[in-house]
Design a protein around this ligand. Sequence first.
Ligand SMILES: [Zn+2]
Length: 75
Amino acid sequence: MDDPIYDIELEDCPICRGAGLIQDEQGWSVSVACMDCGAETAHAEYRTPEERLEAARRVALLWNMGKVVHTGMSD
Ligand SMILES: [Zn+2]
């Protein structure tokens, strides 16, 4: 699939160093989440494909700055 939001560079998870993944929530918002510990950025809403890419870049930036909330289990 040729989707530009998945080409955005993502750093490792700021909490556990796991892999971050862009999540597209049913066509209305995007966020970045860690598949290992469940850390997640805020969701950014969009209405158009252009806004979607912008929103994805915004959450990727939050992720890369370590601005995540840890909603998973503590260990
Ligand atoms: Zn993590």
